[in-house]
Design a protein around this ligand. Structure first.
Ligand SMILES: NC(=O)c1ccc[n+]([C@@H]2O[C@H](COP(=O)([O-])OP(=O)(O)OC[C@H]3O[C@@H](n4cnc5c(N)ncnc54)[C@H](OP(=O)(O)O)[C@@H]3O)[C@@H](O)[C@H]2O)c1
Length: 349
């Protein structure tokens, strides 16, 4: 068989700044990305070969390159970068996978990947149901939707009549989290930066959207939530977390999903004592620690998506060559929604 080239994005050098346990910035730089090629891998016994169609630039990309102490190792220099992918099985020696199946997981950023049915985090490859676009496997039905669902359902517990505040509401996870909170009967306030992003979030049905670029975010929240915030779903940290802490209702729940503002460097939090004053709790989760919950979440999210009860915001870049700029855009607050790069046509599309 005449195999095509296997393009890949490799780690060119160690990122200079920061690290998860240091006070430096975490955002990657363009010189960490290097294009290369490799042989198309051969699937062995019990393995599948996947034709990758989509890459998903995630804020986690800095972590895939640097490693997280106690969670996973850094990617060696010269090796293919790891990241979210969606594609099709094009050869299979695995009993659970057949040619044409839609599949997603955390593998290498290259044209073709092999897998024994697990991804590079040791998690099972996830099936994208027939009839569902491959990109939704990385959007509402992937880490994006599942983080929104896990954080809200397991930690936030929004109830009818609650006021739920979401930072990074124009982002991949925040845009879904707000919609799920509305389905739970809550009044939902989003925080975004700039009029254009606020309009996008409003279009998703959020009750109110606060523009953080207008300043006095603490005052804006106080005005929008005069009885206080019952659930704060935080993707950003920094001054957004601080402003939300000052406005918690008694018994509030703060969900720590991410801290994008901290990825650029240290940023102080001064209002944490409000957790004590308001009898509030703050809890976080790591997506890969909750594999047992993914199937239930995906079923629920799949039904909402099919019924039009939630909408995905997708921010699509076309072309393998544009991966670094799409991956860096997320650290620069560019675009709205789930960032995706289409690197090939769906061979079964
Ligand atoms: N807990 C977990 O297991 C888990 C898993 C995946 C991701 N995460 C984390 O969850 C968070 C959200 O992920 P996501 O995929 O939704 O990311 P995303 O699509 O990049 O959205 C994050 C949003 O944060 C806002 N933002 C505020 N300050 C920012 C800054 N200084 N730089 C860049 N963006 C800023 C941006 O919207 P505006 O410009 O409108 O403010 C952006 O749209 C991230 O922190 C990520 O690391 C956690």
């Amino acid at each position: 068989m005449n195999m095509p080239t296997n393009r890949q994005w490799q780690v060119a050098k160690s990122p200079e700044s920061g690290g998860l346990t240091s006070s430096g910035g975490l955002a990657l730089t363009a010189d960490v990305f290097k294009p290369g090629t490799a042989e198309v891998p051969e699937p062995g016994a019990g393995e599948v070969l996947i034709r990758v169609v989509w890459f998903s630039p995630d804020p986690m990309n800095h972590a895939w390159v640097r490693g997280i102490p106690g969670k996973f190792d850094p990617t060696p220099i010269g090796a293919a970068m790891k990241g979210g992918i969606a594609g099709r099985v094009v050869a299979s020696n695995h009993p659970d996978w057949k040619i044409g199946d839609g599949v997603t997981g955390f593998l290498e950023w290259q044209d073709y990947c092999v897998s024994d049915g697990t991804d590079r985090m040791g998690a099972p490859l996830q099936r994208i149901p027939a009839g569902v676009p491959l990109e939704s496997g990385l959007g509402a039905l992937g880490m994006t939707g599942l983080c929104a669902w896990l954080g809200l359902v397991d930690i936030g517990h929004p109830a009818p009549g609650d006021t739920v505040l979401v930072s990074g509401a124009s982002g991949a996870i925040g845009s879904i989290a707000g919609q799920i909170a509305r389905l739970a009967g809550a009044r939902v306030i989003g925080i975004a930066r700039g009029a254009d992003k606020c309009d996008v979030v409003k279009g998703l049905g959020f009750d109110e959207v606060l523009d953080a670029t207008k300043g006095d975010l603490m005052g804006q929240i106080a005005q929008a939530a005069p009885k206080g915030v019952d659930v704060f779903f935080d993707n950003v940290g920094g001054y957004m977390l601080d402003a939300a802490l000052a406005n918690l209702a008694h018994g509030a729940r703060v969900v720590v999903c991410g801290a994008t503002a901290h990825y650029d460097g240290p940023t102080p939090i001064t209002n944490h004592l409000m957790l004590a004053m308001r009898g509030a709790t703050m809890g976080g989760f790591f997506y890969f620690d909750h594999i047992a919950r993914w199937a239930e979440g995906r079923d629920r999210l799949g039904q909402w998506l099919a019924n039009g009860q939630i909408r995905e915001l997708l921010d699509i870049t076309d072309g393998f060559d544009h991966v670094p700029e799409a991956a860096l855009a997320q650290f620069q607050g560019k675009g709205a929604g789930r960032k995706l790069v289409k690197i090939a046509d769906d061979p079964f599309g």
